[in-house]
Design a protein around this ligand. Structure first.
Ligand code: NOJ
Length: 530
């Protein structure tokens, strides 16, 4: 085994910058706001922040439509604010990872403005075009707009590709100029001092050379019943990932985490490269789609481990800015909070790098947002069909019980969830029995015990189908994690003597146990072998 990398041991925390902390009262979060909350993040114990895009943008997809890859949008502050944030974070031992949106730009990016002006423009070949005709060339869809992905450009008599919205024209990654432009953007930020990138739609960079239509898939409801075989996930992405890896590795200990799209763990796993020479990590989204079941999570983790190439490092995530929050997904009346503790224990003790989504540590949830307050283009276009888009998981961080939840003194860009009055950081910080205190305890334990980071994992059988149980071991250290997913108590028989380190439903104290451990309904126990 080679030397450990920082990102293998780190706990990551995703910040959606619009919603984390507003410092100037315009109702939108900003970089100075994030900097002002670094003390909180440090006390939570996280090691790295992935910040969703804050670059110059017309905000048609809230920053995932970039019009300048090297500058901060004035809404979020100035380049100097970022410099300050990076420096202050570094002072606390917190690393900063940016979001590189390289599959597409904004239609207002000067590159696209130039490209669309004429077929002979030097930038024309940076994007993807087909001659205009009565019909689009294939069935690819703009998934946030409910229409074809091929958008008309009268100036050149062509259509360009945008598989999200018409405002997000897609690059031709076969063009070496495009590739080197992005590698230069990466170098620019590495020189600036950032620690890596999350790569947006990374497995989408290449499209089928023949532009074949995607096949029908009855299960792919959010994707218009299409499987992304030809508009994404083309094998050519491996070449680009190898090149990007070189750029990152040349800059020292940096990390590339790909949004290796979709619900196909095989494609995500392959993004590490057969020789582990592509992305350092490929997001594993499988937990986002699993029901509340011990067996389902075990199966998901085992599949992921088995798919990873030799030497590749796993990661797990329960919530992000594109999916309903897990506190809401696993809601079960007054048992929801207990479930959130079990989920947190799993995320923070299973073998692999955990990604926490802002607010999950206090149990932020989702709720229906009134039509007039919807902002997400996906929410707006699907509203008539009863879908809510992604606004519910993007509501402002709940810092305290004051008006604006301590997020803003102005009018928040999305309504704060009304449960902020009782569910907020200030209230939970004071309470040793809160969910926030549970997250802190788990992160602290993880930091203190090598077995929970670099240690191996062995799933335990014979514990009943409602219990997810595994052992983490490194050297002489052996820890068992018992997660009871059932709404009834369970008893687990054990051979060795264990000392309880943390329990979501018991007072850990110095409890020892030989022979068996009792698990409360929907609870987590972490114990070390004596
Ligand atoms: C994936 C991002 O996570 C999502 O928020 C965004 O809308 C699309 N990529 C397009 O950039």
């Amino acid at each position: 085994m080679g030397a450990r990398h920082w990102w293998e041991d780190a706990v990551f925390y995703q910040i959606y910058p619009r919603s984390f902390q507003d410092s100037d009262g315009d109702g939108v979060g900003d970089l100075a706001g994030i900097a002002s909350r670094l003390g909180y993040l440090h006390s939570l114990g996280v090691d790295a922040l992935w910040i969703s895009p804050f670059f110059k943008s017309p905000m048609k997809d809230f920053g995932y439509d970039v019009s300048d890859y090297r500058d901060v949008d004035p809404m979020f502050g100035k380049l100097g604010d970022l410099r300050d944030l990076v420096a202050r974070a570094k002072g606390l031992g917190i690393r900063i990872v940016l979001d590189l949106v390289a599959n597409h730009s904004s239609d207002e990016h000067p590159w696209f403005v130039e490209a669309r002006s004429s077929r002979s423009s030097p930038r024309h070949g940076w994007y993807l075009w087909v001659p205009d005709g009565p019909r689009p060339p294939n069935n690819w869809k703009a998934i946030f707009e409910l229409g074809s992905a091929w958008h008309r450009n009268p100036a050149t008599g062509e259509r360009y590709l945008g598989t999200f919205t018409r405002h997000q024209p897609e690059f031709d990654w076969r063009n070496p100029e495009v590739r080197s432009a992005f590698y230069d953007v990466m170098r620019y930020w590495f020189d600036f001092g950032v620690d890596g990138f999350r790569l947006d739609v990374a497995t989408g960079y290449f499209k089928d050379a023949e532009l074949r239509s995607n096949p029908f898939s009855p299960k792919a409801i959010p994707d218009f019943f299409q499987k992304h075989v030809y508009d994404r996930n083309r094998p050519e992405f491996h070449e680009a990932f190898k090149e990007m890896r070189k750029v990152a590795d040349e800059a020292g200990e940096r990390v590339l985490i790909g949004e290796t799209h979709g619900s196909d763990p095989e494609i995500a796993a392959s993004s590490h490269g057969k020789a582990n020479d592509e992305l350092h990590m490929a997001f594993n989204f499988d937990f986002l789609h699993r029901p509340w079941s011990a067996r389902a999570f075990r199966e998901s983790a085992e599949v992921w481990y088995s798919l990873l190439p030799e030497g590749a490092w796993p990661n797990f995530t329960l919530s992000n800015h594109d999916q309903p929050r897990h506190y809401w997904r696993y809601r079960a009346g007054d048992r929801t909070e207990a479930r959130a503790r079990v989920a947190a224990a799993m995320l923070l003790t299973i073998r692999g790098t955990p990604f926490i989504y802002y607010g999950e540590e206090i149990g932020m949830t989702c709720r229906r947002i009134p039509r007039h307050a919807l902002r997400d283009p996906l929410g707006i276009s699907t509203w008539p069909f009863g879908f809510l888009g992604r606004d519910p998981e993007r509501t402002p961080m709940q810092w305290d019980g004051s008006e604006g939840a301590g997020f803003t003194r102005g009018r928040p860009w999305l309504p704060v969830n009304p449960d902020y009055a009782s569910r907020n950081v200030a209230a939970q910080q004071e309470d040793p029995a809160s969910l926030l205190s549970w997250y802190k305890a788990l992160i602290a334990l993880r930091r203190a015990r090598k077995s929970l980071t670099s240690g191996g994992i062995r799933f335990l059988d014979g514990v009943g189908e409602d219990v997810l149980a595994y052992e983490r071991a490194a050297g002489d250290e052996r820890i068992i994690v018992l997660l009871n997913f059932a709404s009834r108590a369970r008893r687990v028989d054990l051979e060795d003597e264990y000392r309880v380190l943390l329990g979501s439903a018991v007072d850990p104290g110095a409890r020892r146990s030989r022979g068996h451990l009792e698990l409360e309904p929907e609870s987590a126990l972490i114990a070390s072998a004596e």
